[in-house]
Design a binder for this molecule. Structure first.
Ligand SMILES: [Ca+2]
Ligand SMILES: [Ca+2]
Length: 99
């Protein structure tokens, strides 16, 4: 994420998988034009593998005097596969060896 305002900022970044909160970051003193990489280790134990991608949403809290709040939300799509499921059909079988 990047700070496009002209003062250093503190804010909270929440990350959701579909509607479930999977991570929260406290971002402190992000300087103007500074880009910071945040790494989320998503514990997927409670999430079923599925052919339908999960919608991962990251949402930064609005900081005082922020002008552009539309860019505070960012979406990606992620597919969860079962370990060993190479071809992504949610079954681990001989077809995964030949894929
Ligand atoms: Ca913004
Ligand atoms: Ca498979």
């Amino acid at each position: 994420m990047k700070n496009e305002e002209n003062i250093a900022e503190n804010f909270t970044l929440n990350v959701f998988a579909n509607e479930t909160l999977i991570g929260t970051f406290q971002v402190v003193n992000l300087n103007p034009n500074e880009t910071r990489e945040l790494i989320l280790n998503w514990n997927t134990t409670d999430f079923a593998p599925s052919k339908t991608p999960y919608v991962i949403k990251s949402e930064a809290s609005v900081v005082p005097s922020e002008k552009n709040v539309e860019n505070n939300v960012y979406f990606i799509q992620v597919r969860l596969k079962t370990t060993g499921d190479v071809n992504g059909d949610d079954v681990v079988d001989i077809n995964d060896l030949t894929t």
